[in-house]
Design a protein around this ligand. Structure first.
Ligand SMILES: *Cc1c(COP(=O)(O)O)cnc(C)c1O
Length: 361
């Protein structure tokens, strides 16, 4: 059977060599006589896996020593609650910049728990850009300012960071982590659901500056407390053991086969460049995002006709280009081209778009 090119926003493609390695090791992991799925998370052999996963993430992302790497259940959405519960402990205030659906969800969750404020938004530009980062709008004594670095649904991303002074900057990097180098020291906290660019679903990674890990707000559940997970090396309870193993394999691929984040950035910019160039020169397809803010991971596009969009999605699927339908809230199409999407997949999509345009324009 041929493998398809999967343009899903997540869960998404994994590198083929990673899947093959996991298959090879499925029944008997390195002579242990068992699958990683079956082994005790307290065993020596598993301790090595989780240790290597964290060490590799530190190495690949160049994470400074004063940051903790936490592997957590509950995906990115649970971080919408954990961030305010653990960080809003001085003034109890949190600022949010709303640039799409996930940052809005984060803000709405914050509102339930703390004194949360939406300080900037690009809603009135239909989320086609990042708003001007006017820091006079920010709350001086906020305990954090939250952004979503890459907007998975609208296909926009930050090209510069807001100036927050001493206020810790928190970023949801679910759909751009590991896609290019990032200066971790600019942030108080970074988090990501792993199912876009790191691993299969089932986990979030939080990279937290150590001085921000303290007693959480009163009443915070144990499992939502960063301090508990930090003190227990992400093993307070049974961790998402197999996802961590897969994450380790993806990080090994990134380090050894790709050559690290500088290299993957070149590939990602090349892939995105091919697709945006094609769309910008097309008479049928268009992308609404202000050029400066275009994502290199998620590329939404439309024909301008709902009927043609639907036809495109169906015919693309039949041609092995799957999950290209836009998010249910915005319609149209969206090609998510994360790290594991090969250049050949983007080329196949462009070829298909060209043929579709000829037949339907
Ligand atoms: C997918 C995504 C989420 C939600 O992730 P879950 O792991 O499903 O909770 C949050 N933020 C961003 C930016 C995403 O892309």
């Amino acid at each position: 059977m041929n493998r398809v090119y999967n343009f899903s926003a997540g869960p998404s493609m994994l590198p083929e060599s990673v899947l093959k390695r996991a298959a090879d090791e499925m029944l008997n992991y390195q002579g242990s006589g068992q699958s990683v799925m079956e082994m005790s998370h307290r065993s020596k052999v598993y301790e090595k896996i989780i240790g290597e996963c964290k060490a590799l993430l530190r190495e690949v992302m160049n994470i400074p020593d004063n940051y903790e790497v936490l592997l957590l259940h509950g995906g990115a959405s649970t971080q919408f609650a954990m961030v305010p519960l653990n960080l809003a402990v001085k003034s109890g205030k949190g600022d949010y910049i709303v640039t799409g659906q996930f940052s809005k969800k984060a803000y709405q969750e914050g509102k339930k728990l703390i004194e949360a404020k939406e300080v900037l938004s690009s809603a009135d530009q239909n989320f086609t850009c990042i708003p001007e980062l006017d820091s006079s709008k920010f709350t001086k004594d906020a305990d954090f300012l939250h952004i979503c670095m890459n907007n998975t649904i609208y296909g926009s991303k930050y090209v510069e960071l807001p100036e927050t002074g001493d206020v810790p900057l928190v970023a949801d990097v679910s759909s751009c982590i590991l896609s290019e180098p990032i200066d971790v020291s600019k942030f108080g906290l970074l988090y990501a659901g792993v199912q876009k660019n790191m691993a299969p679903a089932g986990m979030a990674v939080a990279i937290v500056r150590k001085d921000l890990i303290g007693e959480p707000r009163e009443g915070t559940p144990t499992m939502l407390t960063y301090k508990i997970h930090a003190e227990n090396d992400s093993m307070y309870n049974t961790p998402p053991a197999y996802t961590i193993y897969m994450c380790k394999l993806v990080l090994e691929w990134l380090k050894n086969e790709v050559g690290g984040l500088e290299e993957i950035k070149k590939v990602n910019e090349y892939k995105a460049g091919l697709l945006y160039d094609f769309i910008d020169n097309s008479k049928l397809f268009s992308n609404p995002v202000v050029k400066k803010y275009r994502s290199i991971m998620n590329v939404p596009f439309v024909t301008g006709s709902d009927e043609l969009d639907k036809k495109f999605v169906n015919e693309a699927e039949a041609a092995g280009l799957v999950n290209i339908k836009g998010h249910r809230s915005v319609g149209g199409m969206r090609a998510s081209i994360y790290n594991a999407m090969p250049v050949a997949g983007v080329e196949a999509l462009i070829k298909f778009m060209g043929e579709f345009e000829k037949q339907n324009a």
